[in-house]
Each structure stands twice: as C-alpha cells, then as structure tokens.
Design a protein around this ligand. Structure first.
Ligand code: NAP
Length: 662
C-alpha cells in the first residue's frame, strides 16, 4: 500500500485510523491496461489528482479546463469538456500514470496551498477567491480544516467539562470525532443498537442514496471505493460503522439508550439528561453541553386513518420495515409517492401479487440514467491506484452541485406561469417533463396522473432512471390518486367509495420534520418548554442555537436543509464546526453558560424567511416536509453553501449572553 500522507505527521496523528481512506496500491498494470482504465475515468478529477502528484502544469492547461455549464435537470458528463479536450486529457493522463508507475508509485507529498489553489481554480473555472477556503476544506487538503484548532488540555486543563451527543448517525459521528480530536470528554447516546441513524433505520427494499455518493461522505473520512455513485443502504451503513471504528469512537457510544428529556440546571450550569437505559430503567446524567444530532427525518409520520387499528393485514412505516415481512405473492398498498415510495415500489413490484400506490402529489424527477449503475471497472481501478483521486472526485461532485440548482428554483417577480416560478425554473420544468413524457407515450392516463402541478424544487426532487414509471405500468400495478377515506377490514376505501383489498400497507408517508427534537422534552432557562415556545414552528440561530437554551447545539437543525445544492452531511459538519468552536470559546474564556441573544436569532430568522420566499418551496402551497403546519419553510436553507460555511466556521461570542464559571 502507498500511504498518501507522507507529510504532516501532526495531521496523521489527528486522523488516526482514518488514514486508511487515503491508501492506494502501487501500480503494476501494463500501459494497455492503464489506457483501458482511463477510458472509464472522470477526467476533470483525474487531471487534478495527477497534477497534484506530478506537479505537471500541462495537466491543468487552459484548453483542458472543464467548462462546467450551469446545472440543468441532468449533469453533463466530463464537465462538458469537448471531444478534443477529452482525447488530449486521456493521452496526458496515460503518460502521467505510466511515468508514476515507472517511478515506483511513490507516496506523494501534499503540495503547498498555492499549488492546490491552482488546481482548484482549474477545476472550478470561476470559483472566486472567497470560495477557495470552503473548497479546500471539502478537499481536506492541505489539512483537515474541520478539526478543532485547540485541545482541551491546553485551554482548560483542570476543568471538569463533558459533552453529550444525542444520536450516532452521520452527524453524531462527525460531532464525536471532532470532540475526540479536541480532547473533550464526551458520551454519545444512541437509541438503536448500532450507529447509522436514518441509514440504520431505513432498511426497506431498494433503499439507497439519491445524492452522489462521494460528495455524500464525511470530509474527514473520504472513502475511495464506493461501488456505486448512489450506493445502497447497506454500503452507507457499513461506511458509518467503519468510520466509527477507525476513529475509535465506539467506546464512547451507549447503544440502546434513549435520551427522553433535557433540563437546564441554572445553578450548576449543566444539562440534566433523562435517560431510558437499554434495560428500560431510568437514570439521569449531567453534561456541561449537549450536541443534538437526532436528525431531521427520524420520527415517522403516519396519517390518522379511520379504521387503521382494525386492519386485518400488516401495516408499518417505510422506516420500520419489519425484518420478517415477506411481500411475495401478497397484495400490497404503498401510501405516498415521495423518495421512499419511489425506491420501494420498483424493488417489490416483481414479487407482489398486486401493487396499489396511493399518491396525493406526484414527485418531480431529475433524469439520472446512471442512477443504479456500478462505478465502471476502469474508474474503480483508478480510485484504487491514483493517490487522492477519490478526494478530487468527491471535490468535483461537491463543486458541480455546490450551488447546483439554486438558480433553477428562483422566484421571478413578474413571471406568469401556472406552475413554474421563473425562467430557469420553467427550463427545469420542461426538461423534467420531456423526460417523463418520453417514458409515457403509451400511457396518457399515467402521464396525466404523474404530471406535477407545482413548481420544481418545491419539494424533494427524485432521481429518475425510468424504474418508477416502468413499475407503475405493470399490469398488476395501479396508481390511485383518489383520496383515502378509511380502512375497512382488509380494504382501503377511497373517497369514491371503491374498496382496494390488500394484505399489507406500507406507509411511505414521510417524517415529522418540523417537530424538531420530538419526542424529547426540553426545558431551558426559567422552566421554558422548548416545544411550547416553538408552538410548532421550530427556529434557531444558524439552525444551531436557541435563546433560553444555553450550551445546547443542534446539527441538521431548523432551516439548515440544503435541498437543491449540497447534502445534509455538509450542513451537519458546518453545525458541528460551530458547536466545537463555541465549546472551545467556553473553555478558553472560562464561561459556564453561553446563551444565544434574541436579537441575532430574530434577525437571522427574518433574513432566512425573506429569502425562502424567493425560492419555489417558499411560495408553492404544495405539502412537503420543507414547510411546517403554519406554512413557513422551517427546514430549508435558501442561501448558498458558501454562506452557511462562512457563518458556521467560528462562534462569535458577541451573539451570546455569557456567564462566567464561578
Ligand atoms: P416524503 O418525501 O415526505 O413523502 C411522503 C409521501 O407520503 C408523499 O407522497 C405524501 O404526499 C404522502 N403522504 C403523506 N401523508 C399522506 C396522507 N395523509 N395521505 C396520503 N399520502 C400522504 O417522505 P419520504 O418518501 O419518506 O422521504 C422523506 C425525505 O427523506 C425525502 O424527501 C428525502 O430527503 C429523504 N429520503 C432520502 C432518501 C435517499 O437519499 N435515498 C430516500 C428516502 C428518503 P404529498 O406529496 O401529497 O404530501
């Protein structure tokens, strides 16, 4: 193995076992084999990786620069490079790889920031200087910028200080790793028996990513051998488990233990955690600070339907798919047509006897022909052998989606169209419609039912490789748009009085996203009950901190969901960075409590609310988890990724009411 980290011993130490992700195997392949592999390469990322290890400027010459056209409904291959540029890139890449092989595949040095910036500018064309620090942070080179730049033993060696992390999904693992790097004592509470969060819970057939996988990974644990660009649930789950093991986090996690409540103790300046232990007994633990990493989409939402309790068959939520259920030969109803239903329906259609899909609103689908494809063999070979190629490929996926489709959801004031909200939104609508129409030329009835009457981006857009319409076209499948009325014995009865007899009902009906932190009871300063105070409208400052609830930090909190650009991992890592920075300040300055002031909280929420109204999800009235019962977009981040990154890099103590430790 070639250990990619040859420089920077401190960095190596801090990364611990996670260095594994940067190891590649020495090259012994023939020139012909290398040429073959390069045919499958993602070229912009390959040129960048080779430029990095060879310092050869010809690999990042202007005529090879990917034009990266603005993102439409689908992503252009090779960043839109011309055929000539691609041919030249392949030939230069083969030459560079052969030369690297002939030098014995040495471990490269990590180059200086100036050379890395050159390469990043080549990849990104017009990313301004302001963007480069964010991109460098995502690349994780020349150093891991998300790591705290302080150690507890240096700031407050004698101070007794501990942090509770609630949840061991991706954001909980990120928080735990950063706390571990800082040397602060911490305990993670996870109600399930293993790490993974939503990826542990959601085991329904067909569960997989719908965000490109390399970008959907932690910046400090950049796995290089993803088998697909949109991997399956089991792969993501294994990754989270592996990161936890490699970063030595497991001993800090208490599995099967649920935090049921948090109460702020003013006199002691600690949070008292009410805990349900794995054996059902109750206990209490005290922590100076809490990072909630419970996620946005973890509490299943099941509609109240008359007669459900008397249903004669089995019913369950998509996120609680029973291990012992066999749908083979059964008549199955799937209620909902969102992201989960979209994956379940094509996966079970061949097994079931009859399939009835109950849809209220059809989803918008982005053409993604490669959605289920494996990483091509040549690409996989390159990822195994070219140092940092995986990092640059992740970087590239991150960059092309960075502000991604944000312009395509922009509301234009004078735009008059019954569905779309602006020119770019209309272009996106037409592209998606053309893709849908092409699949349904033989089924005008289905086309009518599957045509959304709300603007693209107003709710989660799905990835389409044709499997959804193919499943719905099957003779034993039926798409029902009539509203549900009740359940009678073994049948779902729709508003038109029709009885649909079924053996199994799958509720793919989403999550209680706006009941953030539910069902924990959270009592802050002066006995303030958080959920009463929110009154169904969760808000926070930067999505992380809430006035009256000192020393409590949230990741994936209110208004942090990046829904057409980036991924939830990005915002989770930003929130964790903010939380660890605030904890560092508490230790450095001797604060026992830091409590967000009302003024920045209110100003932030006013700004976010105003900007959300300029996006399709802010003005459309279609139901979605982006908005709460009052119609406010309480989950979405409407600005750029760059802005969220900037505001979360360090906590400004001017935004807090500060209490000194006595
Ligand atoms: P969802 O997108 O919220 O979809 C819920 C579906 O259930 C919608 O079709 C909704 O209809 C329908 N529904 C809700 N209440 C209903 C009722 N009372 N009667 C009839 N239909 C009802 O939920 P989801 O599919 O579980 O996905 C939630 C989110 O999880 C996604 O948006 C995505 O962010 C994430 N997710 C990600 C992946 C992935 O990465 N692969 C996979 C699954 C989920 P309306 O549209 O009319 O509201």
């Amino acid at each position: 193995m070639v250990a990619a980290w040859r420089a920077m011993p401190d960095e190596r130490e801090a990364q611990g076992g996670l260095r594994k992700y940067d190891e590649v195997s020495p090259i012994t392949a023939s020139r012909e084999e290398i040429e073959q592999a390069v045919q499958d390469a993602d070229l912009p990322a390959l040129l960048a990786a080779l430029a990095m290890i060879t310092a050869d400027e010809t690999l990042i010459a202007d005529d090879l620069r990917p034009p990266t056209p603005p993102m439409g409904a689908s992503i252009k291959g090779q960043g839109g490079m011309s055929d000539e540029a691609q041919a030249k890139a392949r030939s230069l890449a083969v030459r560079a790889i052969v030369a690297y092989r002939d030098r014995g595949s040495p471990s490269p040095e990590v180059p200086d920031a100036a050379w890395l910036n050159r390469i990043m500018r080549f990849m990104t064309k017009d990313a301004g200087d302001d963007y480069l620090p964010l991109l460098s942070s995502e690349l994780g080179l020349p150093r891991d910028m998300g790591a705290p730049d302080w150690r507890k033993e240096d700031l407050a060696p004698g101070r007794d200080f501990s942090v509770a992390v609630i949840g061991a999904g991706l954001s909980g693992v990120a928080a735990a790793h950063r706390l571990s790097q800082s040397g602060v004592s911490f305990t993670v509470f996870e109600r399930s028996e293993d790490v993974g969060g939503v990826w542990w819970a959601n085991r329904y057939p067909g569960c997989r990513l719908d965000t490109p996988n390399f970008a959907y990974s932690l910046s400090f644990a950049q796995r290089q051998d993803w088998p697909q660009q949109f991997s399956r649930q089991s792969e993501i789950q294994s990754y989270i488990a592996e990161v936890t093991r490699l970063a030595h986090l497991r001993p800090h996690i208490r599995f099967g233990v649920e935090v049921t409540g948090l109460t702020w103790d003013e006199a002691a300046a600690v949070w008292r955690l009410s805990i349900r232990e794995a054996d059902g007994s109750r206990s209490e633990r005290r922590f100076n600070a809490v990072i909630s990493a419970v996620g946005q989409l973890s509490q299943p939402s099941i509609p109240e339907i008359e007669g459900l309790d008397g249903f004669k068959g089995r019913w369950f939520h998509s996120a609680q798919w029973p291990a012992d259920i066999d749908v083979k030969g059964k008549r199955v109803a799937v209620i909902g047509a969102g992201a989960s239903a979209y994956q379940i329906v094509p996966s079970i259609v061949d097994e079931v006897d009859a399939l009835r899909v109950f849809q209220r609103n059809p989803p918008w689908m982005l053409p993604t022909p490669t959605y289920h494809d494996d990483i091509k063999p040549g690409m996989a070979w390159l990822l195994r052998h070219i140092p940092y190629y995986g990092r640059w490929f992740r970087f590239w996926q991150f960059w092309i989606a960075a502000e991604g489709r944000l312009p395509s959801v922009q509301v234009e004031k004078d735009w008059k169209h019954p569905v779309s909200v602006g020119r770019a939104n209309e272009r996106l609508r037409q592209e998606c419609m053309a893709h849908l129409e092409a699949q349904l030329t033989d089924r005008p009835d289905l086309l009518e039912k599957l045509t959304p009457n709300y603007p693209p981006g107003a709710k989660r857009m799905l990835r389409d490789n044709g499997v959804w319409t193919a499943a719905l076209k099957r003779p034993h499948a039926q798409l029902i748009t009539e509203p549900l009325a009740r359940i009678e014995g073994d049948a779902i009865v729709t508003a038109d009085g029709e009885r649909h007899e079924v053996d199994v009902i799958v509720f793919a009906t989403g999550f209680l996203a706006s009941d953030y932190l539910h069902p924990m009871k959270v009592i802050g300063r002066e006995g303030r009950d958080l959920h009463e105070w929110w009154a169904g409208d969760c808000r926070a400052y930067l999505g992380v901190v809430i006035p009256g609830f000192p020393n409590l930090f949230m990741s994936c909190g209110p208004n942090t969901g990046v829904v057409v650009n980036g991924s939830a991992i990005f915002s989770a890592e930003c929130a964790v960075k903010y939380a660890t920075s605030a904890i560092g300040e508490m230790l450095a300055k001797g604060y026992s409590a830091i409590d967000c002031r009302m003024e920045p909280f209110e100003a932030f929420n006013r700004r976010v609310d105003a900007e959300n109204l300029t996006k399709s999800w802010g003005v459309a009235t279609v139901s979605s988890w982006y908005r709460n019962a009052a119609g406010r977009a309480s989950q979405t981040w409407p600005f750029s990724l760059l802005e969220y990154w900037r505001v979360t890099q360090s906590a400004d103590m001017g935004d807090f009411v500060l209490t000194k430790a006595g």
